[in-house]
Write a protein of this length. Structure first.
Lengths: 300, 361
């Protein structure tokens, strides 16, 4: 078959190309450009090669030290909230009613925190935790616990973590609930017939049937918590000291506070790269799980 | 190993309402003897699965009692009832191997490990699952998965009964036949009471030694396949069992004679005391009606079409408004489709309000 040559077809691709260029490629290349230079203001730029990237990965320099420390805080934060939110979400999903009006009531109540904008969540907790006027802070202090998230590192971390758990456990719970609902009644009936205990039902039926939604929940929560900015920024502003300064907060400080465009550009590129890699892992794992599932169902 | 008695058992999904006609299962009393192979046969929605779930304890009855060996088990949970049930769709535990799946019911009941191994390998051998014992159950075909479900039902040697809820629905027709024969063989080998729910008459008639036919929440007849075929106790049984089903037509019955369209059909027995005001019908299986040339003393009919079933040909005919099926012999031929019907008197039954009336010889 002879191929029709039609150069006009390029015109059809052009709008998409222009949109993508302005929305992604040009800003991205600007950042790449900045990351290779240094500036002292006055719109004067000096070539620095990969210098910023070298510094970024070297803990002995100021930039590297700040980046690696905040990366460590990010990873620790993600690990803690995953360790709390996933089991808690499963427990909530398991204890939810299966039918009747109570289901709708539970779903609405669970969905409420998810509907609140990030900075409002931050403001709620910032006021809630204040020792002088906040309900939580005042109550804790009046029962003798010296709680002050502005002064104490542990309190600041506890506040940020509890806030994230409050904000996002619902997501895990809703995903798990959807997974649980998809298990046919016959499985529970068979387990009854087989004399399975409550624990055996959980480990032999519910957990294996939930593993796909759990995977989604874990990966979503990981990515989201890794990119966290607004809530800790509003509540603690990264403090006390640098104790709750996550990468995103550090980035904003360097870029907009110090106006170190080169350093900030290099850091945001590496940050971006880490998130891209996580996305790729997410995508690969999900499609593999999907393929394995199709193979299984094809055999049926 | 026990006898199961149902005493005035009834169930309504809408709670214990006073209106019996809304019951999914109307009150029944019956006995299932130890070691029997039973089939519960009936169309979808007739209450057979409800009855099964009541026996296994998955649902609690609105009324009545269930006795295992004379002991009332009605308030007991499924776990404590000592019963096995296999469902319509395969249920397997994804994370376990085939062997672990089979061992699961025994493990949960604290059976010693050595006994579990012996029993599992025995059941795996009977179901041809031995080569798969160490494989993950999720990777198998639907047939194999359903075999695992069957195996889990059969693995406990002490159960009062094994209940099957249309277990072969998802299986290919060819394998269906094999598995059914296998179940039959297992029944003989393991000496378990088996109750098999199906809406497929072939399945019921080949599997069971007693077939229980249900219709609209009631048991309408329970008997051997031959009894169901030759002497249906209810017009529904006659119609539901056999292909084509029994012919039913309104008639006036007096003594040893039935009158249809002014023609007399003679009967083997005498029916003198039929209930007054009841709807009287006669029923006869197509196998016992022959088609002949029209004659003054025969019931006249019009042939509408001929079904060739291979080993037998049936003519679909019309007698007045009533549709009828009859056996067609090779020798018969007709150009205008007019014919007469010859009845085998021994196989013509009389029904009053759909129930069989026993005549006097």
């Amino acid at each position: 078959m002879e191929k029709t040559v039609n150069q006009k077809a390029w015109l059809l691709v052009l709008p998409v190309f222009l949109v993508v260029a302005f929305s992604a490629i040009i800003p991205m290349m600007t950042v790449v450009n900045y990351s290779l230079q240094d500036t002292f203001g006055n719109n004067q730029f000096f070539w620095n090669g990969v210098g910023w990237f070298k510094e970024l990965l070297d803990p002995s320099t100021d930039l590297g030290g700040r980046f690696l420390a905040s990366l460590g805080r990010n990873l620790f934060f993600s690990a803690v909230i995953l360790a709390i939110e996933v089991p808690l979400g499963i427990v909530i999903a398991l204890s939810m009613p299966r039918e009747g009006w109570q289901v709708a009531a539970c779903l609405v109540i669970l969905a409420l925190p998810l509907l609140i904008p990030w900075n409002v969540v931050g403001t709620i907790w910032q006021i809630f935790g204040r020792p002088d006027i906040g309900l939580l802070g005042y109550a804790l202090n009046s029962i003798g616990i010296d709680y002050n998230y502005v002064a104490n590192e542990f309190d600041a971390w506890a506040t940020v973590i509890v806030m994230d758990v409050w904000h996002w456990t619902s997501l895990v719970a809703l995903l798990c609930y959807a997974g649980l609902k998809s298990i046919p009644d016959a499985y529970y009936q068979a387990a009854q017939i087989d004399g399975a205990s409550r624990w055996a039902v959980f480990t032999a039926i519910q957990l294996p049937k939930m593993n796909r939604v759990l995977l989604i929940a874990v990966l979503l929560r990981f990515m989201d918590s890794f990119m966290i900015y607004t809530e800790p920024f509003v509540v603690t502003g990264g403090g006390p000291g640098n104790s709750t300064t996550f990468i995103s907060i550090e980035l904003v400080k360097i870029a907009l506070g110090q106006f170190d465009l080169g350093k900030a550009a290099a850091m945001s590129l590496v940050y971006n790269l880490i998130i891209l890699i996580v996305c790729w892992v997410f995508y690969t794992v999900m499609t593999n799980a999907g393929a394995a599932r199709r193979v299984n169902e094809g055999a049926k | 190993m026990s006898r199961i008695d149902l005493v005035d058992l009834a169930h309504s999904y809408g709670g214990n309402s006073a209106d019996e006609s809304t019951y999914a299962l109307k009150p029944i009393s019956m006995t299932w003897r130890q070691g029997g192979a039973y089939a519960l046969l009936g169309p979808s929605g007739c209450g057979k699965t409800t009855l099964l779930n009541l026996i296994s304890g998955i649902i609690a009855p609105s009324r009545g009692k269930i006795l295992f060996d004379g002991k009332d088990v009605t308030p007991l949970s499924t776990q404590k009832r000592n019963i096995a049930q296999v469902f319509q769709f395969p249920v397997i535990y994804d994370t376990m191997t085939v062997g672990q799946n089979l061992a699961f019911p025994l493990k949960n009941r604290g059976v010693p490990r050595r006994d579990i191994e012996v029993r599992v390998s025995e059941i795996a051998h009977l179901l041809d699952l031995t080569p798969h014992l160490n494989r993950k159950a999720t990777r198998l075909t639907a047939d194999a998965k359903q075999k695992i479900s069957l195996g889990r039902g059969l693995v406990r040697s002490d159960v009062a009964a094994v209940l099957f809820d249309e277990p072969l629905t998802v299986i290919d027709p060819e394998l269906k036949w094999q598995l059914r024969s296998k179940l039959k063989a297992l029944h003989l080998e393991l000496d378990l009471t088996m109750i098999y729910v199906t809406h497929d008459q072939t399945e019921a008639l080949t599997f069971a030694d007693t077939v229980v036919v249900m219709h609209d929440g009631r048991v309408v007849q329970s008997g051997t396949p031959a009894e169901l075929f030759e002497k249906p106790a209810h017009t529904f049984v006659g119609y539901f069992i056999g292909s084509p089903g029994m012919n039913i037509m309104p008639a006036e019955v007096k003594g040893r004679e039935a009158r249809v369209n002014g023609r007399v059909i003679s009967l083997k027995r005498s029916y003198d005391s039929l209930p007054a005001g009841a709807k009287i019908e006669i029923g006869v299986r197509p196998e016992f009606v022959d088609i002949a040339k029209p004659a003054p003393d025969l019931l006249a009919a019009q042939i509408e079409r001929i079904d060739d079933l291979g080993r037998m040909r049936f003519a679909r005919v019309r007698v007045g408004d009533v549709k009828f099926a009859a056996r067609l012999r090779e020798s018969f031929s007709s150009t205008d489709g007019k014919c007469g019907l010859i009845f085998d008197a021994a196989h013509v039954h009389v029904y009053a309000d759909s129930r069989l009336v026993e005549g006097t010889p």
